[in-house]
Design a protein around this ligand. Sequence first.
Ligand code: UDP
Length: 149
Amino acid sequence: MERTFIMIKPDGVQRQLIGEIVGRFEKKGFKLVAMKVMTVSQELAEKHYEALNDKPFFSGLVKFICSSPVVAMVWEGDSVVSTSRQMIGATDPHAAAPGTIRGDYGVSVGRNIIHGSDAIETAKREIALWFKEEEVNEWHATLNPWLYE
Ligand code: UDP
């Protein structure tokens, strides 16, 4: 079963959107296998966003991610990587469709509430970066026969 890395960014935590966001993933039918509230070190933020380190917004982005706690999570389910990206919406909340998390709650690209892995390979890298193996739980969801044929 596929897994993805989801992070509620400092603005999402400060704006008390944790329950709303976790609720959307739960109600969709995805399974939560890891979750922690944490203050991110500069080293971790730089590693997480290393593909963007030549962008003009990189240092501001790293500073922002470290400015207040985040909620780091791993969600599991069929096509969870691409479906999560659809649920999250476009990077710029102005372009994000209504009904998506960024479309419903965001107004600016540098405060877009949530991160989700953009591909299966990226998800593997990000999960390994943010979580120890023993922090990711394998559990059987009794709802599965009602979610999957
Ligand atoms: N970002 C920003 N300014 C920009 C573009 C991106 O501050 O002009 C931030 C924004 O928080 C975004 C993150 O950098 O979520 C990572 O950018 P990416 O292109 O990977 O977008 P995402 O995958 O988060 O939609």
